[in-house]
Design a protein around this ligand. Structure first.
Ligand SMILES: Nc1ncnc2c1ncn2[C@@H]1O[C@H](COP(=O)(O)OP(=O)(O)OP(=O)(O)O)[C@@H](O)[C@H]1O
Ligand SMILES: [Mg+2]
Length: 227
């Protein structure tokens, strides 16, 4: 279980997350939605301890996570793929995966290649020459090299063509199905994501305005006006 309790996050004078509480069970697949600037990225950064000004309590599997200790929280089993370009562009596919691996690197590498056979076909290809979707696969693969029990993804399909969007989201869902990995996915592609998660959380101005079954949001498009 990942638990956030009474989180207040600031950037200087800007108060972004307001007394924010959320619990996510092991194995759950949660989509986080909301307008630009709503606080989605800030929420993921709070979860992994990547914020300087964050009050409140974050715990994962019963252990309190210290703010500003994102690197240590990887060891607790948290995998975080930040928004944007997340690969070392000048290194090959294999070198990127190698750098990302902490422990059990060989076994993890086998798992990543089994999930994304394309990466195994392209081990020597320089990351910057991969397509956008392939780079996202590599970024996901890098996060998986730490064998996380929870994966937090910030807009993993940004800038991708609709058919690739579904491919990436399906790969992520497969990780959940085969390994039981908890998923927390921030996405702008609302419909495609709702088809791949169990629960939807909608954020507005740093507060939760909807938290329920993804099927409920899918069935009632009128609710999409929330965001
Ligand atoms: N490092 C920072 N310094 C100052 N302000 C920031 C910083 N990061 C984010 N903000 C501000 O905090 C608010 C929330 O930003 P956040 O990145 O969490 O939004 P978001 O929901 O992820 O938006 P988007 O959909 O555009 O990615 C915004 O008003 C943003 O301008
Ligand atoms: Mg963001």
């Amino acid at each position: 279980m990942l638990q956030l309790h009474g989180i207040n996050a600031h950037y200087g004078k800007l108060h972004v997350l307001h007394d924010f509480s959320l619990s996510i069970r092991d194995g759950e697949r949660v989509g986080i939605f909301g307008h630009n600037g709503a606080g989605k990225t800030t929420l993921l950064r709070a979860c992994v301890g990547d914020l300087d000004e964050c009050q409140g309590r974050v715990s994962y599997r019963g252990q309190d996570l210290a703010p500003g200790e994102a690197h240590r929280n990887v060891v607790h089993g948290m995998g975080f793929v930040p928004q944007g370009h997340n690969v070392f562009r000048d290194l090959s596919v294999a070198e990127n995966l190698e750098i990302a691996g902490l422990r059990n690197a060989q076994q993890a590498l086998g798992e990543v290649y089994a999930l994304f056979p394309l990466l195994q076909e392209r081990t020597q290809q320089i990351a910057s020459s991969l397509s956008g979707g392939q780079q996202q696969m590599l970024a996901l693969g890098m996060a998986l090299m730490t064998r996380p029990s929870i994966l937090l993804l910030d807009e993993p399909t940004i800038g991708l063509a609709p058919v690739i969007v579904r491919d990436v989201l399906r790969s992520v869902t497969q990780i959940n199905r085969t390994k039981g990995t908890t998923l927390v996915i921030v996405e702008q592609n609302v419909q495609a994501t709702l088809e791949n998660v169990d629960r939807a959380v909608v954020i507005k101005s740093g507060r939760i305005i909807f938290d329920g079954a993804s099927s409920e949001l899918l069935a009632q498009e009128s609710l999409w006006e929330l965001f």
